[in-house]
Design a protein around this ligand. Structure first.
Ligand code: WT7
Length: 635
């Protein structure tokens, strides 16, 4: 393996230059030198954003599991590939070596085959964060089946919709899952979903919680006996570069989720390349991403990217607050974690708690910290930097999407600069552009507009499963010739990018464009504020005015509400300007969130606009119960 790690600023600059001037030569060299191919490509890239169509490395043949597992066996077969940390801190961690992973994946792949799954078939995986989840994903890839992982917090209705949309013939699940000191009956949820799914032939059930569930005869099978009977050798299916590797659903502006389709070669090359560079992974490092494999972050940066680099990747089954709010830091100390990657929502939740949860732990192994999923506010960024990184670890604020397959904009730690609340610079191969609402590109620095990408990168999603028209409409119609991200961004005087939030969250107040994220940042600076969300509501004079939902920290609850409102508006006036002051402030005991922790502003917007009876489906929220109290106290 030649070294594709960027190690200096000069190196970043020349690499970036080359990636833009000669993208095909650039990616061909990376692909050639760092991966195992059964046949080289005939053409590096074919693309047309008008159709839209993108193909990378066409003609090439490979298997991604050979790249993630087999090729490491000789040199680092005994190295830990997956380090499993259970929900219960008293249960032993599991160190799964590359050899052991190979054995498990091959057995599982043989079980898939003996149950009638073959190349191109879709398999729905609905599992908690246990080793079987990573293993089943890789087993599908081994035989060319297309995995569709559904986050095991989704409801039976959401699961059924996803199974049916892509006609999955098999579901892999468990008898249940642990969440803190509770258990969840996953199999019961699957049973309910399958009442609506005629296409499913087989359900494989892993045992995790030892519950007394019933297996439906002719359909359900315990996984372990099948694995025990299977051979540990399974020939890899040789895949074409553009064969689908997986489908992953993401929510859209309509109710129907979008099954984003990622293909084999380009996804592999890009997830591996960005993992190495964004986390500056070195041979003996222990890397931990706290996401769930049910999200793209887990696909690219727990499973495929780390394993393609021969890394040790931690898989954590539990939650940040069990048995107490020091759990993350206990795990960092226990496994001497070097790179730690989490979501701003987790950081804010932990920052709300006493620092005693952090103080007792030795965090000196940490070298690099990362965030993903939403803009990180300044206060949370500083808490992370001061108390976790001890001002010694660069923070990579990584911007990307389910659709992009890998990180597009991010600092490269110890190479490029960091700046709080900025994702900063595009990675090699990424050509961002900002557009105004008339569709004109905003050139030069100090600009703010809709964020697009002008040129394909290897891991861009190729289509929406079964709905290529929706793919074209959603991503390639607003700014013809460009991939439209749906996000707004600003480019500062030095060319650094800051993601300002979804473009649909922009609110025009008296003709001024206001992003929700900077206002929320300002509010969150208040020492008694835990979290906030801003939406617009119709206003006679201003067109739109601002409505703020604010959750207070414990100590804030005893304060006079009117005083607090004044202080919050003063902060906004000080940090942004009087134009961004809120017309209404409602104190809440929580904000409605998606399962991945993003605030559902759509629901808050409807409540603020008086459309309380028309909130749509809220059953997939993390905390649907907060909606009722927010509705009851609307101003
Ligand atoms: C949306 C994509 C990328 C994996 C997890 C989320 C927002 C993501 C950042 C960031 C500001 C961010 C964007 C993006 N987002 N990362 N570092 N700073 N915003 O994947 O569920 O597909 O969501 O998350 O709005 O469009 P996703």
């Amino acid at each position: 393996m030649s070294d594709y790690q960027i190690k200096s600023l000069a190196n970043y600059k020349s690499t970036y230059q080359k990636s833009v001037a000669e993208p095909e030569a650039f990616w061909a060299a990376i692909a050639e030198d760092n991966f195992v191919w059964h046949k080289k490509w005939d053409k590096v890239l074919e693309w047309d954003f008008a159709k839209p169509e993108v193909k990378w490395f066409e003609g090439a043949q490979l298997n991604i599991t050979e790249n993630c597992i087999d090729r490491h066996l000789e040199k680092r077969g005994d190295k830990t590939a997956i380090l499993f940390e259970p929900n219960n801190p008293n249960e032993a961690a599991l160190h799964i070596s590359y050899k052991e992973l190979s054995n498990r994946v091959n057995r599982f792949a043989n079980v898939l085959k003996s149950n009638g799954v073959g190349k191109g078939d879709r398999v729905c995986i609905y599992l908690p964060m246990i080793p079987e989840l990573a293993v089943s994903v890789l087993a599908c890839a081994r035989i060319g089946a297309i995995h569709s992982v559904v986050f095991a917090g989704f409801s039976s209705t959401a699961l059924a919709t996803r199974i049916n949309d892509s006609d999955c013939k098999m579901v892999i699940t468990s008898d249940g899952s642990f969440r803190g000191d509770k258990t969840i009956d996953l199999k019961g949820i699957v049973d309910e979903a399958l009442l609506e799914c005629a296409v499913v032939e087989t359900v494989l059930v892993a045992k995790r919680i030892d519950s007394n569930i019933q297996l439906k005869s002719g359909r359900d099978k315990w996984l372990q006996p099948e694995l025990d009977a299977a051979s540990p050798i399974c020939a890899q299916e040789i895949m074409d570069a553009e064969d689908p590797l997986f489908i992953l659903y993401t929510s859209g502006s309509t109710g129907m989720p979008k099954g984003m389709v990622h293909t084999t070669a380009g996804y592999m090359v890009y997830s591996a390349y960005t993992f190495k560079n964004v986390f500056q992974y070195e041979a003996d490092d222990v890397y931990w991403c706290t996401a769930d494999i049910g999200w793209i972050t887990g696909h690219s940066y727990i499973v495929y990217g780390p394993l393609a680099n021969g890394a040790t990747t931690v898989m954590f089954e539990g939650t940040p607050s069990y048995p107490d709010c020091g759990r993350f830091w206990a795990i960092v100390e226990k496994h001497k974690v070097n790179q730690f990657y989490t979501a701003p929502t987790a950081i804010r939740a932990l920052a709300k708690e006493s620092l005693d949860n952090v103080k007792g732990y030795d965090l000196s192994s940490l070298k690099i910290l990362g965030t993903v999923g939403e803009p990180i506010n300044e206060e949370a960024w500083h808490w992370y930097n001061d108390h976790i990184g001890k001002k010694n670890c660069p923070i990579v604020d990584t911007w990307w999407q389910t659709e992009t397959g890998g990180i597009l904009i991010s600092p490269i730690p110890n190479v490029t600069e960091t700046k709080p609340t900025y994702a900063t610079l595009p990675l090699p191969g990424i050509q961002p552009a900002l557009f105004d609402k008339d569709g004109l590109e905003l050139e030069g620095n100090k600009q703010e507009g809709s964020l697009c990408i002008k040129y394909p990168w290897p891991s861009i999603a190729r289509t929406i499963w079964g709905n290529h028209d929706r793919y074209r409409e959603t991503y390639f119609s607003a700014f013809p010739g460009n991939y439209f991200t749906g996000d707004g961004a600003l480019r500062d005087e030095n060319g650094l990018y800051r993601i300002t939030g979804r473009v649909d969250d922009v609110i025009i107040v008296s003709g001024h464009n206001l992003g929700t994220a900077p206002i929320e940042d300002a509010i969150d600076e208040h020492p008694l504020v835990a979290e906030s969300a801003i939406v617009g509501f119709p206003h006679d004079i201003k067109g739109s005015a601002l409505y703020g939902y604010v959750t207070l920290k414990g100590e804030g609850l005893s304060k006079n509400e009117e005083d607090l409102k004044k202080e919050i508006n003063q902060l906004i006036a000080d940090l942004i300007g009087p134009i961004a002051k809120l017309d209404k402030i409602q104190f809440t005991n929580g904000l409605p969130k998606t399962r991945s922790g993003k605030i559902m502003r759509r629901i808050l917007r409807k409540i603020a606009c008086g459309e309380v009876d028309n909130l749509g489906d809220i059953s997939t929220l993390l905390n649907p119960e907060v909606v009722a109290s927010i509705k009851a106290n609307v101003l």
